[in-house]
Write a protein that binds this ligand. Structure first.
Ligand code: NDP
Length: 252
């Protein structure tokens, strides 16, 4: 194993929801390792800014629109010759008790966090199977593995458990055809998404810090190296893995 195994030169990488937070930091890390990055983002302003920052391209993408997902994947492959790495990061959270969760709210979260990841995996997977190679990285969450008191996020936790299972299912289907599928399950990471919870549920935030052995939340930049590892040849024997990065939260 050499540094070359982590290099992504000649690779095209799509990052969904790459306009800010974890997605932006992963896009930056992939670009720093040589990938040509395409930011697929619903927010045009953030997406364009992010693409500028990482020296990549912005494409307008709502991952809940399956035909748009298919179109973006087709365009990337047509224009660049291949799609080698795809990071499915776009996601949202609703902080609400199960008994107050409306049908609409439940569907909103599942539509983005689960349907959106599936549409991306399916369309990207088809392109990668045609190429006979590729690496997919799905951003799940430790919340898909543990129900962390006192939070009330049943739709979010359910969607992320689905992403972990989806990752394993697809990895099994595609393992002998050159396409690897892995998941990253972050613990609490200091992005806008988390700051929203800190503002509205400060008591949850303090409780999470107490339950994290490292006593802090992660930095979005701490996700980048792991994404590079999973994207690159350095992880060539890994597929179907769910890699937890949580300051020790789930180790109790
Ligand atoms: P942010 O809310 O900071 O960023 C999410 C990005 O996704 C935003 O740019 C958002 O755009 C974009 N987005 C929203 N909807 C869509 C859509 N339909 N199509 C394309 N892009 C969309 O989230 P984080 O960076 O914190 O989280 C990124 C991922 O990591 C999520 O899947 C999240 O669940 C997961 N995660 C985060 C943790 C944390 O503590 N922060 C912990 C564990 C997992 P817009 O600006 O318009 O909202």
């Amino acid at each position: 194993m050499s540094n070359e195994d982590f290099a992504l030169h000649g690779n095209t990488a799509l990052v969904t929801g790459g306009g800010r937070g974890i997605g932006l930091n992963i896009a930056r890390a992939l670009a720093e390792h040589g990938a040509e990055v395409v930011i697929g983002e619903i927010d045009e302003e953030n997406g364009k800014l992010a693409a500028e920052q990482v020296g990549g391209e912005f494409v307008h993408l709502d991952v809940t629109d399956s035909s748009r997902v298919a179109e973006v994947v087709r365009d990337v492959v047509d224009e660049r010759g291949s799609l080698d790495v795809s990071v499915h990061n776009a996601g949202m959270v609703r902080n609400e008790n199960a008994e107050d969760t409306t049908d609409e709210s439940w569907r909103d979260v599942l539509r983005l966090n689960l349907d959106g990841v599936f549409y991306c995996c399916r369309e990207v997977g088809k392109a990668m199977l045609d190429q006979g190679r590729g690496s997919i990285v799905n951003i799940a969450s430790m919340s898909g593995m543990v129900s962390n008191h006192p939070q009330a996020q049943v739709s979010y936790n359910t969607s992320k458990a689905g992403v972990i299972t989806m990752t394993k299912s697809l990895a099994g289907e595609w393992a002998d055809r050159g396409v690897r599928v892995n998941a990253i399950s972050p613990g609490y990471i200091g992005t806008d998404l988390l700051q929203g919870v800190q503002r509205t549920q400060p008591e949850w935030y303090s409780s999470w810090l107490e339950q994290t052995p490292m006593g802090r939340v992660g930095k979005p930049s701490e996700l980048g190296p792991l994404a590079v590892y999973l994207a690159s040849n350095a992880s060539s024997f890994m597929t179907g893995s769910n890699v937890v990065i949580d300051g020790g939260f789930t180790s109790w």
